[in-house]
Write a protein that binds this ligand. Structure first.
Ligand SMILES: [Fe+2]
Length: 298
């Protein structure tokens, strides 16, 4: 049974501490502790040179993310992030409720329309999360790309943490935390109901899960309002340990405020966003691309 053998020798199997320790050692060796280590200067994001591609790809293999600093500045062409992502095998876009017809979401402050009641379209802070935690299990978001056209006057900073580093932190503290957070119905998101109409049913699922290719996936939100956690006391402890990590000054937590032409490419790592200020001339504008795939070869 090859599948079983694979599972038994997997670093994310709780039954195989040897494989985990070997993977952990490799992961932590020379792990970047400064956001500058993630930034890769490039020319045109639409057409990376071999060297540019290789550098970004290597960063992502290590940390599940990289920040590119391209030459397109405030050019609002959506093809820039789309073509950038395609070079990393990212092409299955999630057409979520806020996305435009092309599957790319413009993140900017919107006063009217329905978007105004959703925090991503306001200037308010967004707590730690991975994208699409309310998606159905077969439509989980594995890749996430943010591209900046214009920053805010002040704020709008993203804080970033590789979800594999969160996994290591929790498993080292207590492997049962991982067991608890892998339970099938550990975190339930309430239904999205507006004017008595259910736009999305409640969604239950694990925090940590394994993808068919053996990679680790994380589904998480730090929002507390109406999130239902499984009543097992270990779950509460595990979530508490994760919350403490996210609030800590861990050197593995990076902070970045994307500038025009810069973007974040990632395997949907943990992130948050600070609130921000705008004025009449400076309106923050970012594109968000959510994919059902991880970056190829990472
Ligand atoms: Fe997000």
């Amino acid at each position: 049974m090859p599948a079983r053998k694979y599972e038994l020798s997997h670093p994310f199997s709780l039954n195989d501490d040897t494989a985990y320790q070997a993977w952990r050692e490799c992961k932590l060796e020379d792990y970047p502790e400064r956001v500058e280590d993630l930034i890769v200067e490039i020319n045109d994001p639409r057409r990376l040179t071999k060297a540019e591609f290789k550098t970004i790809h290597e960063r992502c293999r290590k940390t599940n993310m990289a920040i590119y600093a391209g030459s397109t500045g405030s050019d609002p062409d959506k093809a820039i992030p789309r073509l950038f992502g395609e070079q990393f095998g990212l092409n299955e876009l999630d057409c979520n409720m806020g996305a435009d017809g092309d599957g790319i979401t413009t993140l900017q402050v919107v006063d009217s329309e329905w978007r105004g009641s959703y925090i991503p379209y306001t200037n308010r802070p967004i707590h730690w999360h991975t994208d699409g935690y309310y998606n159905r299990p077969e439509q989980q978001i594995r890749g996430l790309l943010l591209h900046c056209v214009a920053p805010a006057v002040k704020g709008g900073e993203n804080t970033l943490l590789d979800h594999e580093m969160a996994y290591i932190h929790l498993r080292d503290a207590n492997p049962d935390y991982i067991r608890a957070l892998m339970m099938a119905e550990v975190m339930t998101i309430p239904p999205n109901v507006e004017d008595g109409i259910e736009l999305r049913p409640a969604r239950s699922g694990p925090v940590f899960s394994l993808l068919p290719d053996g990679n680790l996936h994380m589904r998480y939100t730090a929002r507390t309002r109406s999130i239902e956690w499984h009543p097992d006391p270990l779950v509460r402890e595990a979530v508490g340990a994760l919350t403490a990590l996210l609030a800590s000054d861990s050197p593995y937590i990076y902070r970045a405020t994307l500038q025009p032409g810069q973007g974040l490419i990632s395997n949907n790592v943990l992130h948050d966003r600070t609130g921000f200020d705008e004025d009449g001339e400076h309106r923050r504008q970012l594109y968000r691309l959510r994919y059902y795939q991880r970056m190829a070869g990472t």
